[in-house]
Design a protein around this ligand. Sequence first.
Ligand SMILES: CC(C)(COP(=O)(O)OP(=O)(O)OC[C@H]1O[C@@H](n2cnc3c(N)ncnc32)[C@H](O)[C@@H]1OP(=O)(O)O)[C@@H](O)C(=O)NCCC(=O)NCCS
Length: 160
Amino acid sequence: MIPAIHITELFDERLQDARAFLRRQGRLPADFAQPPCRYWAACDSDQIVGTIGLEWQGAAGLVRLAFVRPSHRSRRLGLALYHRLASDALCMGLTELYLFSTGAGGYWRRLGFASCPVAEAAGKLANTPQVRDHTARNTLHHEQAFHRSLLTRRMEAAPA
Ligand SMILES: CC(C)(COP(=O)(O)OP(=O)(O)OC[C@H]1O[C@@H](n2cnc3c(N)ncnc32)[C@H](O)[C@@H]1OP(=O)(O)O)[C@@H](O)C(=O)NCCC(=O)NCCS
C-alpha cells in the first residue's frame, strides 16, 4: 500500500505534473528541469504537494525549488524532501551542497548549512542551469548563498 504522504523521484509525466504544480504556486522558473538535474516530490496520495531539485557540477550539488504547498507546511515534508535529496546526492558521489536563498536562510541553517560567498557557489556551479540563468540575467548579486558538506556525520535535527 502506498503511504498517504510519500517522497518519490520524478520522471517523464510526473516531472510535467511538478511543472504544473509549480506554475500554479507561482514558482515555476523558465529553466525548470534542464539537465543535469533530478527532482523529487512529496505526494499526498497521488497529488504533488512539495518539490525539491538538485543540479550538479563535479562533486558539488545545487539544491533548488524546495517548496511545500502552504496547506502542508510544518509537517516535516521539507525535511523529508531534503533528506531524500541528500541521501541520493551522496549515492551519486557528491560531497557538498550549495543553495541560493534570500528568505529561508534560517531554515537551511537548522539543516546544517552555513552562509558562504555567492562567488564561491557560482564559481563551483557555473555550468548548472540555475547559475547559468542567474549569470545571463545578471541577478546573482541579489542572492545569498549557503553551503554544507555531505561528508560530516552531523544528523540534521528537525527544525524547532
Ligand atoms: C521552506 C519550506 C520548503 C519548508 O517546508 P516545510 O515542510 O514546512 O518544512 P518543515 O516542516 O521541515 O519545517 C517547518 C519549520 O521550518 C520553519 N521555516 C519555514 N520556512 C522558514 C524560513 N523561511 N525561515 C526560517 N524557518 C522557516 C517553520 O517555521 C517551521 O517551524 P515549526 O515547525 O516550528 O512551525 C516551506 O516553508 C516553503 O515552501 N516555503 C516557501 C518557499 C521557500 O522559501 N523555499 C526555500 C527556497 S530556498
